[in-house]
Design a binder for this molecule. Structure first.
Ligand SMILES: NC(=O)c1ccc[n+]([C@@H]2O[C@H](COP(=O)([O-])OP(=O)(O)OC[C@H]3O[C@@H](n4cnc5c(N)ncnc54)[C@H](OP(=O)(O)O)[C@@H]3O)[C@@H](O)[C@H]2O)c1
Length: 378
């Protein structure tokens, strides 16, 4: 039987890399990576080619004709572009409709939230300052995922929306000894609220295995799915880290009011300079903390209420990577870090003035990479 041909957009990224692995390991897919010409020589892409992934060079910003060419003989499109590139998927979706793609997976892959005022990353409408009352915002470009989903539905393109829990790789706290710093991207020294809000967790490496199951499952066509491994709380994660590491970790509880003020400050800062990563990345972080840490949105029960199917119901035999084993590997020093190759362009820095508060929020996410250090010292 011939294999299902999947065009994977963003194969060199974190989520894209997991999906490439999951599809290749599953064995029933032929994986074709759509890669920007300038990225075709990235080591991650060369490694995928060595494993049999065919590469088509094309930018999502290319002409419709070029996009149609890139979609030749493709059955399914899976897109995992970064947060800032969501709307670049719309021309691809339109081209996919024209050529009769059987299923289009736009870039979801975030924690579940309702649209409309909680997370700008998801929103279809302008996000108002926190709380959801008060003065409206000034001119503000709508960024995000729900706009893409809506476009897909308007053209009646077959789709599946896939969201995931908070990555294992971002969920654990620093240890006083510093021995897990090598694998960390975010500072993670805060417990949101009282730390007892249940939150869904997903190993980044399992996302691709879930995607392989979801995209061949007729039950998930034109549906939303939450792919997750377990539900835990921040306090439980701290307990587990202390038990495995035999180190005592300070519990730095951040009250709800502080999170709310951060959301407000980050929204105001990003609205002044919406294209500045120094401004919008802190906004993503603050709104994530608000959504999963305070509101408790990242919860399978709530996701079900929002209309998601759960992988725990769809695939009861799926064996996820064990969270404890993952943390043991982090503490042992054998885990792989994420986003280790990232830089923020100098061009952005010249265009957008920074403030002390935006810098301190920014350093919470990229506290120790060479690029952020040089950025901060500029
Ligand atoms: N649940 C969680 O805990 C969690 C954590 C982090 C991220 N996420 C979500 O996961 C999703 C994917 O994020 P990520 O961090 O995996 O992304 P990423 O690592 O930044 O990768 C993005 C990919 O998109 C490609 N791309 C960007 N613009 C493109 C264009 N115009 N044409 C073709 N390709 C383009 C990039 O290609 P190049 O190689 O050419 O740059 C890159 O390979 C996002 O929605 C994000 O919010 C969720």
């Amino acid at each position: 039987m011939s294999k299902t041909r999947v065009l994977l957009v963003g194969a060199a990224g974190e989520t894209g890399g997991s999906i490439a692995n999951g599809l290749l390991e599953d064995g029933s897919f032929e994986v074709i990576g759509l890669v920007r010409p300038s990225s075709a020589h990235k080591p991650a892409i060369l490694r995928l080619q060595e494993r049999g992934v065919q590469i088509r060079k094309c930018d999502l910003k290319a002409s419709e004709e070029q996009l149609i060419e890139a979609l030749a003989e493709i059955d399914i499109v899976v897109s995992c572009v970064g947060p800032a590139e969501q709307q670049d998927q719309i021309p691809l979706a339109k081209a996919a409709k024209r050529v009769g793609i059987k299923r289009f997976i736009p870039c979801g892959f975030i924690t579940p939230t309702p649209p409309g005022g909680v997370m700008w990353l998801r929103d279809e409408v302008r996000t108002l300052p926190f709380p959801l009352t008060g003065p409206g915002t000034k001119h503000f470009p709508p960024p995000q995922k729900e706009i893409v989903y809506n476009q897909i539905r308007q053209i009646w393109l077959p789709y599946t929306l896939i969201d995931v829990g908070w990555w294992y790789q971002l969920s654990y706290p620093r240890l006083p000894s510093g021995r897990v710093d090598y694998a960390m991207t975010s500072g993670n020294d805060e417990i949101i609220g009282e730390g007892n809000v249940p939150t869904a967790l997903t190993d980044l490496r399992d996302i691709g295995r879930f995607v392989a199951l979801i995209i061949k499952d007729p039950r998930t066509l034109n549906k939303k799915v939450l792919a997750y491994n377990l539900v835990s709380t921040q306090n439980k994660i701290y307990d587990l880290m202390e038990e495995i590491s035999e180190e005592k970790i300070d519990r730095n509880y951040v009250p709800e009011e502080t999170i709310n003020s951060r959301v407000l400050a980050a929204r105001q800062a990003s609205e002044t300079y919406p294209f500045d990563p120094i401004k919008f990345i802190p906004r993503y972080l603050a709104e994530y903390q608000y959504s999963w840490g305070i509101r408790g949105d990242n919860n399978p029960e709530y996701a079900k209420y929002l209309g998601y199917h759960l992988t725990s119901d769809l695939y009861p035999d799926f064996k996820p990577t064990d969270f404890r084993e993952y943390l043991e590997s982090v503490i042992r020093g054998t885990a792989k870090g994420i986003y280790q190759d990232r830089t923020i362009s100098r061009k952005h820095q010249r265009h957008f003035p920074r403030t002390e508060s935006s810098d301190s929020l920014y350093t919470r996410i990229f506290p120790r990479t060479e690029s952020s250090e040089s950025l901060m010292s500029r």
